[in-house]
Design a protein around this ligand. Structure first.
Ligand SMILES: [Zn+2]
Length: 297
């Protein structure tokens, strides 16, 4: 073999091997999710009725302006009277008949309005996660089910947590989609909450649908991330309950263990330095793989 053809063979071999090497290492862009979360948390406190809340709405509106975004506006009946609230639904169409919903909440707590509570982990991290997931879904018709991203308002209590003072956005949307028949199209509802934590330990929420928990466990295994998922069981009241109650297979992917003795949860210490790109990469890998597995089911 002449030297030039030897080099050409080598180059061809390297070119052939490159995509394999790349796909073996391909991970979700948790760095981008963190960047989005940082921009979103920088808005500051965004409790219902605050100027920060309006900025948060504007941020989502502007970010998704070229996507199929729906603003679901409603009035919540709260302990402080009627409050205008706003869910955002961003739709990415698929070839298969049916919908997978990925959801988060984006607002912060009204009752924390007198401290600088920015909810880096509680609201911003998962908003950033869903924005980075949108980057992967945009610009093509998905091979599987449609994926709808939902950004709920009013997850947090206005005064103190109860079944009537919490989860305003999800209760409103589940009821609305129950009335108009949309719920029947939803194959799975996957809720992300507080999973930007550097010290990631996602609980197995006890009311969540068994097959979805099993599928997500299988997804985590693919990336050798099992240790971050479902090592401990805990019942959590969250935005998935209104959907579960209406028969939609649902899972709450939540890490309620945040800081030493939970010191960062609902305190001014819930700041960007407590969350990481590494955790958001794990989340994104496992969420994308879970979507793939739901489509195969
Ligand atoms: Zn919270």
């Amino acid at each position: 073999m002449r030297l030039s053809s030897c080099i050409r063979s080598l180059v061809l071999l390297l070119l052939a091997a490159a995509p394999l090497a790349l796909s073996a290492q391909a991970h979700f862009n948790g760095g981008k999710a963190l960047e989005y979360a940082r921009e979103f948390a920088a808005i500051g406190p965004r409790w219902p009725t605050s100027p920060g809340h309006m900025k948060a709405e504007q941020f989502l509106r502007s970010h998704f302006q070229h996507d199929k975004v729906e603003e679901d506006t409603f009035t919540a009946d709260t302990p402080i009277g009627p409050v205008a609230m706003q869910n955002f639904i961003v739709r990415f169409p698929g070839k298969k008949d049916g919908v997978i919903v990925l959801a988060t909440h984006y607002e912060t707590n009204y009752w924390l309005k007198n401290i600088n509570f920015v909810g880096a982990n509680d609201g911003a991290a998962t908003t950033g996660l869903l924005m980075a997931i949108a980057d992967q879904l945009r610009g093509k018709t998905l091979d599987g089910y449609s994926v709808w991203l939902v950004f709920f308002d009013g997850e947090e209590a206005i005064q103190s947590w109860s079944s009537s003072d919490s989860t305003y956005g999800s209760r409103h949307l589940a009821a609305k989609w129950g009335r108009d028949g949309t719920l029947g199209k939803i194959k799975a509802f996957v809720l992300a909450d507080m999973i930007g934590d550097k010290d990631l330990d996602i609980q197995r929420e006890t009311k969540s649908t068994d097959w979805l928990v099993a599928l997500m466990r299988q997804a985590a295994k693919k990336f050798h991330d099992e240790r971050y998922f479902f090592q401990r069981e805990e019942a959590v009241e969250d935005d998935h309950l209104a959907f579960l109650a209406r028969g939609v297979p649902s899972i709450d992917v939540i890490d309620l263990d945040y800081g030493p003795n939970n010191a960062y949860h609902h305190t001014a210490q819930d700041t960007m330095d407590k969350i990481s790109a590494a955790s958001l990469t794990i989340d994104g890998d496992v969420f994308m793989e879970t979507i793939r597995l739901i489509n195969l089911r």
